[in-house]
Write a protein that binds this ligand. Structure first.
Ligand SMILES: [Zn+2]
Length: 220
């Protein structure tokens, strides 16, 4: 009788231990899902409070797929309705490299906790928009040579490939210059305080010295 009860208690303990393990696994899964879903959730919750500069987005594939915009999308940003880094309906944000987008959203969440808001002054750009910016820069600076110090050719532009984002305003760029390396985000050019690209090694090694301007960038 005694022995049987011990067995029963033993079984009960085993079952309880099994149940605890299952619960722990479920809790871990929920925590992981929450951590990964939080950016998307934040974007969804905040989306209604932000203007979307461009309503022309088509399928969720377009949004998740990084560069690969539909024709007609330029990524142009209306300076009076600049998207946040969470406004994934805006082509300038939607077609950024997914890893760059994740890093800048992660950084923006932490900066927001300090009361600092990130705006996207420019992100992904179509070839057509890049060419227009080059023409504008030539008009502004007087020569193609001088314009290239500010606007890269369309074929090599990191904006056209979705691998660069121009962030505003001053407080946000200052924050990123200070804290960005922890997120793998680095200022690329000394003359463009707002232009950030993903440099994964920066998390461990810090950001490399910025190039003086785009004409010193060997990738361009
Ligand atoms: Zn830029």
């Amino acid at each position: 009788m005694n022995e049987q009860r011990n067995d029963t208690q033993h079984d009960y303990r085993l079952r309880r231990a099994g149940l605890m393990i299952v619960l722990a696994v479920i809790a871990t899964l929920i925590a992981m899902l929450a951590a990964h879903g939080i950016q998307a959730a934040a974007g969804m919750v905040l989306a209604p409070f932000r203007g979307s500069g461009d309503a022309a987005f088509t399928s969720s594939d377009e949004v998740m797929g990084g560069p690969g915009a539909t024709s007609g999308e330029t990524g142009e940003v209306d300076e009076n309705r600049r998207p946040s880094v969470f406004d994934e309906q805006h082509p300038a944000v939607a077609h950024l490299d997914p890893e760059l987008l994740a890093a800048i959203q992660y950084a923006a969440s932490d900066a927001r906790a300090e009361g600092i808001e990130f705006f996207v002054n420019s992100g992904w750009r179509s070839v057509g928009l890049q060419e227009r910016l080059i023409d504008d820069a030539i008009a502004t600076y007087g020569s193609r040579e001088e314009a290239q110090r500010w606007v890269a050719p369309a074929e090599t532009s990191s904006h056209v490939s979705g691998q660069a984002v121009d962030i505003g305003d001053f407080e946000a760029t200052s924050w990123l210059q200070r804290e960005g390396s922890a997120y793998g985000l680095c200022q690329t050019y000394a003359n463009e305080a707002w232009h950030f690209e993903l440099v994964p090694e920066a998390v461990a090694e810090g950001c490399p010295e910025p190039y003086r301007d785009p004409t010193y960038d060997p990738r361009l």
